[in-house]
Design a protein around this ligand. Structure first.
Ligand SMILES: C[S@@+](CC[C@H](N)C(=O)[O-])C[C@H]1O[C@@H](n2cnc3c(N)ncnc32)[C@H](O)[C@@H]1O
Length: 193
């Protein structure tokens, strides 16, 4: 029962770690290529934030792109996700560029990097947060002036009106819309602060 509670149940609406294997697997490179998604926004030496990183598919892709002088802060509320991420990252040789952080469901809590993030990503995760306004406002506080934010939500699972609501919240939090990129199976928008 304890195993069931710890491993199979999470917050309501939050993707449990074992379900992440259904989309975070080697086939994902056929439709979500980090190099294509982040070019030309992510460059060597940058500090990137992957909020709701899960098992780190994008954290690892971003860590390759920021190079030895950059870093990726990978945030999740499930320690199990971060454990898998760290194993995968060290196998690919970029583990030292990734800084994992276990957040609480109500607060990311990265006071040391307020206003220092060059690029923030939330991929298929904002709809899982308890309080969308607070979460997106906190993302905005972490991004530096002129920094970028890519919001991606799953098409179908997240209806267009909810995606529009999240976009409006991001604009109220200080971002402006740059572009609506095409990303498979998703609604997506690039913002700049
Ligand atoms: C559907 S998964 C997506 C994972 C990853 N972004 C990807 O595309 O592979 C959503 C992730 O967001 C995390 N999450 C949900 N609410 C969160 C919050 N408030 N802060 C940080 N992470 C959160 C979940 O634990 C889960 O790992």
């Amino acid at each position: 029962m304890k195993f069931f509670q710890k491993c199979l149940l999470t917050e309501p609406h939050v993707c449990p770690w074992w379900l992440a294997y259904t989309f975070d697997n080697p086939f994902r490179r056929l439709f979500h290529l980090p190099e294509t998604i982040f070019a030309p926004h992510l460059k060597q030496g940058m500090t990137a934030l992957d909020a709701g990183c899960g098992m780190g598919y994008f954290s690892i892709g971003m860590a390759r792109m920021v190079g030895e002088t950059g870093k990726v802060i990978a945030v999740d509320i499930q320690q199990k996700m971060l454990d898998v991420l760290q194993k995968r990252a060290s196998r690919t040789g970029v583990g030292h560029r990734i800084h994992p952080h276990c957040a609480s469901p109500d607060r990311i809590g990265l006071a040391n990097v307020v206003g220092k993030i060059d690029l923030a990503l939330t991929f298929w995760m904002v709809h899982e947060t308890r309080h969308i306004e607070n979460f997106v406002t906190e993302i905005s506080s972490l991004v530096k002036p002129g920094g970028k934010y890519l919001l991606v939500e799953p098409r179908g699972h997240v209806p267009l009106d909810l995606f529009q609501r999240i976009t409006d919240v991001a604009v109220q939090a200080g971002f402006h819309v740059l572009d609506h990129p095409r990303i498979a199976l998703s609604h997506a928008v690039w913002f700049q602060k």
